[in-house]
Design a protein around this ligand. Structure first.
Ligand code: GLY
Length: 462
């Protein structure tokens, strides 16, 4: 938890975006795994954490835009709770930690909101992504449950995104902490990626590193020799000499800020000539993209430039052909690079995605493309100082995609299908870092994680 003034300041800044009504921010509940008392690891809602700081279920926060008052609704633990779960500070002292003196029992929330609604005041809330939160908002506001999501407040969504997008120095420190734990994860992976070991042994070590730092992983570990599957959560293969292994993994700090790093390593410690050729193209796209990051540049332009670098590199290898600009404009590169260059990063690994990807990553002027590949770009708009984002180009040989496009006769002027077919079984390569947009350029966050062919091979030797 940060100092109380951090939360007070954020709530007051939100008042510059909304002047009428009140904002209701419910905390996340516990989520049962297989019976009510056996729950998944608890994760608080990020916007609740951002404004109210408390990392526990059973509470809700209210920001009144007219009176200037803030409220926390929640109850002290019962004796039964204390016996089973231990002591928690009282709601009064928790409120003090986040700058709130107005503490009311959770049962009072309904009455409080009814009074506000009777006076015709607007209850602003964010789109719920958990069904239990949706039902609770429905109960509290009298809205039918199936209208709750669509009636979420656009003003509040925009206000929250405006604030959470610009990372405060304390937040950047947290993300650096997350990346530094991710450094431990990825350098450990590099030392373990030898033939004969199960992927799950390495994935388990990554989880253990996160837990041993008192934190958790920011998202389920993606780790596989079949790196052509972009989000591969199957870790049941035994590593084989000559294959590549993609690891996309990051830690989430105790204060719930994320790291999101990808590295690709050759099983056994040495890249083959063919692997190195593709690796160098991805690395060039990544480094060049980072070099272009500065305030005012649209991230979509940097994404398109990465697509051109990838296309041009693949053309040199004979995998693509024709005019690079035309190939990228047509979307042919997306057979090899079928995802976006990156996304916002913060308390959520895809930061604020629950508030609506297009609200977070696009504007009226820069709208999301509907072309295959570019459509997956989560952040297209102009960058601003204080944004933290991922840069994660990749090249993949996805047999099903190669076969489908070939059979449909797509982009035959730009793709050498015979050669692409010979790369089936190669897998994929992705390289990803986390970057802060500064006043004039950008800064790669955290301890530098081995990235060049030489750095990766040297780390694997140790
Ligand atoms: N690192 C996982 C993702 O960006 O989707």
């Amino acid at each position: 938890m940060f100092k109380a003034e951090v939360y007070t300041n954020r709530r007051n800044l939100l008042r510059k975006h909304l002047s009428e009504g009140l904002a209701l921010l419910p905390a996340n509940n516990e989520s049962p795994m297989n019976y009510p008392a056996n729950t998944f690891h608890y994760r608080q809602d990020s916007s609740f954490l951002y404004f109210f700081g408390l990392d526990q279920p059973g509470v809700a926060g209210v920001i009144d835009f007219e009176s200037g008052e803030d409220y926390l609704f929640g109850d002290d633990l019962s004796l039964d709770d204390i016996i089973w779960m231990g002591h928690l500070p009282s709601m009064k002292s928790l409120g003090e930690k986040v700058g709130i003196g107005n503490i009311l029992s959770y049962a009072k929330l309904e009455e409080y909101l009814r009074n506000a609604m009777q006076k015709g005041r607007t209850i602003h809330y964010l789109p719920p992504y958990r069904d239990d939160t949706m039902l609770e908002i429905s109960r509290l506001t009298n809205l039918p449950w199936d209208q709750v999501k669509s009636k979420a407040s656009l003003e509040l969504i925009r206000g929250v995104i405006a604030l959470r997008s610009i990372k405060e120095p304390v937040e950047v420190e947290e993300i650096i902490r997350a990346v530094d734990i991710s450094y431990d994860m990825h350098t450990t992976v590099m030392k373990m990626a030898y033939p004969g070991i199960y992927e799950r042994e390495i994935a388990g070590r990554i989880e253990g590193i996160a837990l041993s730092h008192g934190s958790m992983t920011a998202f389920p570990v993606i780790l596989s020799m079949d790196g052509q599957t972009l989000h591969n959560h199957y870790h049941g293969n035994i590593l084989e000499e000559g294959r590549l292994m993609v690891t996309d993994a990051g830690a989430e700090t105790v204060n719930h800020y994320s790291g999101d790093i990808t590295r690709t390593v050759p099983v056994g410690g040495k890249f083959s000539q063919q692997q190195m050729e593709i690796y160098e193209i991805v690395l060039k796209a990544e480094v060049s993209s980072i070099d272009q990051i500065k305030p005012g540049v649209a991230y979509r332009e940097i994404h398109m430039d990465a697509a051109r670098i990838i296309t041009s590199g693949l053309k040199e290898l004979g995998l693509m052909k024709g005019d690079v600009e035309e190939a990228v404009a047509a979307g042919a590169h997306a057979m090899f690079f079928p995802h976006g260059l990156g996304h916002m990063l913060g308390m959520d690994v895809h930061d604020m995605e629950g508030l609506g990807e297009n609200h977070v990553g696009y504007t009226k002027e820069i709208k999301r493309s509907d072309q295959f590949g570019t459509a997956y770009l989560r952040l297209g708009k102009k960058l601003q100082t204080g944004y933290v984002l991922t840069v994660e180009p990749g090249i993949y040989f996805i047999p099903a995609l190669i076969d489908r496009w070939k059979s449909e006769g797509l982009f035959t002027a730009f793709i050498n299908y015979e050669k692409a077919g010979s790369y089936k079984g190669f897998g994929g390569i992705r390289i990803e870092d986390d970057v802060l947009v500064t006043d004039k350029a950008c800064k790669v966050l955290g301890k530098p994680i081995p990235k060049t062919v030489e750095e990766v091979e040297n780390t694997m030797k140790k």
